[in-house]
Design a binder for this molecule. Structure first.
Ligand code: FPP
Length: 237
């Protein structure tokens, strides 16, 4: 009998389709994002139930600044509201919170809130919730490269010492395992500049539903489907 995989340790999600969901419901795009914030809660609940240790969500890409100003402002307000209201719940469920991306380019208010929630939850280890904000994988790799080159120039690192592990440790995701499972909603088959290095061996699960319709059971189904897969990491097994 085929051996079932353990649940994924780390799930990464591209939360796509908020805009289309809103359009189909005759609502402004921001209502789709608001509804999408509920799906974040649903996914957290699924991870807690299934024993997933890391959940990383693509909440705002470095390209998302090109959206209409009103939508960007709405997303930032939604984020502020979320951070303001979730500390207690995160503490109750032993969730550690952090954000990755070029955070210094976010408003000082949001930076302060992110840091506040990060510090308030840093002692937890049941589930690490990571929001990718002003995140772009190419930026992340350039930032890692700059840090590494800086160390080489200082003499702290030789070019021969630059291994995959060393590179990984200079990414925003240092100290996290690579995602085992990538979920993308709304049926698109794209990575959209998300965790390009870290997703090298991830299993992909694409679902047609728009993100606001993606509920706890949908993520549990994705986890179940992942557990039926056979991961070979390039080997013959
Ligand atoms: C993609 O859908 C979604 C985003 C760019 C934003 C994701 C944000 C949320 C789910 C809500 C905020 C999250 C938190 C944690 C408060 P889209 O707008 O590109 O959809 P479309 O492709 O149908 O237009």
């Amino acid at each position: 009998m085929k051996k079932k995989l353990l649940p994924p340790r780390h799930i990464a999600i591209v939360m796509d389709g908020n805009g289309r969901w809103a359009k189909e419901h005759g609502l402004p795009r921001i209502k789709g994002h608001e509804q999408g914030a509920h799906s974040v809660e649903e996914s957290i609940a699924a991870c807690l139930e299934a024993g997933v240790e890391f959940l990383t969500l693509y909440a705002f890409s470095s390209e998302n600044w090109k959206r209409p100003q009103l939508e960007v402002q709405g997303l930032m307000l939604l984020l502020e509201h979320y951070l303001h209201h979730k500390i207690e719940e995160m503490n109750r469920h032993e969730i550690r919170f952090q954000a990755i991306g070029r955070l210094s380019e976010l408003s000082s208010n949001i930076q302060e809130q992110l840091e506040k929630v990060r510090r308030a939850t840093a002692h937890h280890c049941k589930l690490t919730l990571t929001l990718a904000l002003n995140y772009g994988a190419r930026h992340e790799m350039i930032d890692a490269l700059r840090a590494i080159v800086g160390k080489v120039i200082q003499g702290a690192l030789t070019p021969e010492e630059i291994t995959e592990e060393v590179f990984s440790q200079h990414l925003y995701t240092a100290h996290m395992p690579d995602p085992d499972l990538l979920v993308r909603t709304s049926g698109e088959h794209r990575l959209s500049n998300f965790l390009l290095w870290q997703l090298s061996y991830a299993e992909f699960y694409i679902v047609k539903k728009y993100w606001p319709d993606f509920k706890k059971n949908d993520l549990l189904e994705a986890i179940e489907a992942y557990q039926q897969r056979e991961r070979r990491f390039g080997e013959v097994r």
